[in-house]
Write a protein that binds this ligand. Structure first.
Ligand code: MF3
Ligand code: CO
Length: 248
């Protein structure tokens, strides 16, 4: 269901976004070689509890953790486990929390210690695609135009643009209508309106766009084992501005 937000609703999303941004910066700082993904989840749990917010992920369709931690060939929805980070890894972290029932959700990818130029370029282009998409967000904009732009940037880098997992509306639920695909045709698809909030979340693979899911039924990997990057922000179309709630 799409919820139209008042400025007060957006204030709650802004607060949730600030907590999400804080978790991301603390986790990034803690992501050194030798750190386990479980440790990062524990750190996120501490911050969520201290902030008085609620995890959007824990218990969502039975999801068992506060964050998704997706190293290297994991595209999205990696359950934080015993994996120990190594120099040269890339790691995507995805976090969502709610404040007074309003959710914010964001993901980013970074390197652990020194990473290759190829990995750096993958991370940068995925981030560039997210921001190019955000720049197009406004009242009256078609989601096909946004998806088209993101897909073009991925193709420019010869990356596999993941199509099986998409962005989404967000508000009183973490996942609301509409779906926000990272592909599309200009001037087609859903029309954005004032009072809406969406998550744009491109996922680019170094190799093909094909995906596969582990036996845990969550962890999504590239089919060919190539590395993957994921960037996401929660964006609101407010009365007089478009705000990125999860960027501080
Ligand atoms: N942040 C993810 C998304 O944007 C949601 C993670 S799924 C969960 O769709 F189960 F971990 F919450
Ligand atoms: Co999301």
């Amino acid at each position: 269901m799409i919820t139209f937000k008042s400025q007060e609703d957006f204030n709650n999303m802004d607060k949730a976004g600030t907590i999400v941004a804080t978790i991301h910066s603390e986790l990034q700082e803690a992501s050194t070689p030798g750190t386990s993904l479980i440790k990062l989840d524990e750190l996120a749990k501490d911050i969520v509890i201290k902030s008085g917010s609620t995890s959007s992920f824990l218990g969502y369709r039975g999801y068992p953790a506060y964050i998704c931690a997706s190293p290297n060939d994991v595209i999205v929805h990696g359950i934080p486990g015993n994996y120990i980070l190594e120099e040269g890894d890339i790691l995507s972290i995805d976090v969502g929390v709610s404040v007074n029932g309003y959710h914010a959700d964001a993901a980013l990818t970074y390197g652990i210690g020194e990473i290759t130029d190829e990995n750096q370029k993958l991370i940068k282009l995925t981030k560039d695609a997210l921001y190019a998409g955000i720049k197009l967000v406004k009242d009256g904009q078609k989601l096909g135009t946004i998806g088209n732009k993101i897909e073009k940037i991925g193709k420019k880098g010869s990356y596999g643009v993941v199509k099986e997992y998409v962005g989404h509306g967000i508000g009183l639920e973490m996942h609301e209508d509409p779906q926000v695909p990272n592909y599309g045709k200009k001037n087609q698809g859903f029309t954005l309106k004032k009072g809406m909030a969406i998550c744009i979340e491109p996922m680019f693979n170094m190799g093909s766009e094909q995906t596969k899911v582990d036996d845990d039924e969550w962890t999504v990997r590239t089919f060919d084992g190539s590395n993957s990057a994921h960037w996401e922000h929660t964006i609101g179309i407010m009365d007089d501005e478009v705000r990125i709630f999860t960027e501080k």
